[in-house]
Design a protein around this ligand. Structure first.
Ligand code: COA
Length: 261
């Protein structure tokens, strides 16, 4: 399957690299990108040979420089709500994948680009990466989860400071406030993202999926309910072949051969 605004490249380890590919528009997210993403997500979700996903942007300048402003300029209140809900659903589906999703942020991650990176499970950034939610400059607010995920990642005060001032921050500051996990030289960004993905893929696949799901759930629940959800997921892990194999392999001093069951 081919997509007009996305590139999909899969390697022998089952790592898919998805590249948002509108470099002449700094990979801005237009309706076609969301249409392509919707179709691609179904492939990422259902194709068992794809085990981890890396998301990046085409060209040397941008990860994604935001929603496409030329489209936003034409949108009224009713369409705006629909547009927001559609983008949110796509990013939520990405976040809901029970396979690790890593953002390799290679440049501007503004507006929808920052929101896309935040919907990924992990974020690696090149030193040149720039992050921000500058929507207020346009008389807008983030519509793809920025007001929701940014405070969860960096805290309410820092989120509001970025949202209200439209300040764009560099990779160092993003690292300091917890918006990215690591800064990696630009030339090795993708390779490093692959290395992180490969590391995760050596772990018990059931456990990896359960970790992602349990953390996701925990953020929406009160402490006691979140702990109950963890106990249930722990029970599920304990019932798995992977746990039997993982613990047995440790005791027999051999590497585990996980099956994902
Ligand atoms: N939507 C639509 N087009 C965009 C875009 C966006 N979010 N971001 C960049 N582009 C386009 C520019 O219009 C330009 O197109 P053109 O060559 O046809 O004129 C092209 O991408 C290159 O961008 P340009 O502004 O010339 O690059 P720059 O290096 O001077 O500036 C940015 C880079 C990121 C600072 C600047 O493009 C920018 O501020 N973009 C908008 C960021 C934003 O507000 N995002 C949130 C949107 S809700």
């Amino acid at each position: 399957m081919t997509y007009s605004t996305l590139l999909l490249e899969t390697d022998a380890d089952g790592i898919a690299v998805v590249t948002v590919n509108r470099p002449d528009k700094l990979n801005a997210l237009n309706a076609q990108v969301f249409e392509d993403f919707t179709a691609l997500l179904e492939v990422l979700r259902t194709d068992a040979s794809i085990r981890a996903i890396i998301i990046t942007g085409a060209g040397p300048k941008a990860f994604v420089a935001g929603a496409d402003i030329s489209e936003l300029a034409e949108v009224d209140g009713h369409d705006g709500q629909r547009l927001s809900a559609r983008g949110q659903a796509v990013f939520r589906a990405l976040e809901h994948l029970r396979k690790p999703v890593i953002a390799a942020v290679n440049g501007f991650a503004l507006g929808g680009g920052c929101e896309l990176a935040m919907a990924c499970h992990l974020r690696l950034a090149a030193p040149s990466a720039k992050f921000g939610q500058p929507e207020v400059k346009l008389g807008l607010i983030p519509g793809y989860g920025g007001t929701v995920r940014l405070p969860r990642l960096v805290g309410r005060g820092r989120a509001l400071e970025l949202l209200l001032t439209a300040r764009v921050i560099d990779a160092e500051e993003a690292l300091r406030i917890g918006l990215v996990e690591r800064i990696v030289p630009a030339e090795s960004l993708l390779e490093e993202a692959r290395t992180v993905a490969r590391t995760i893929l050596t772990m018990g696949p059931r456990a990896v999926a359960l970790c992602i799901a349990t953390v996701d759930q925990a953020l929406d629940l009160d402490l006691d309910a979140a702990l109950a959800a963890e106990a249930a997921a722990f029970g599920e892990a304990c019932a798995s072949d992977d746990k039997r194999e993982g613990t047995q392999a440790f005791l027999e001093k051999r590497p585990p051969a996980f099956t994902g069951h």
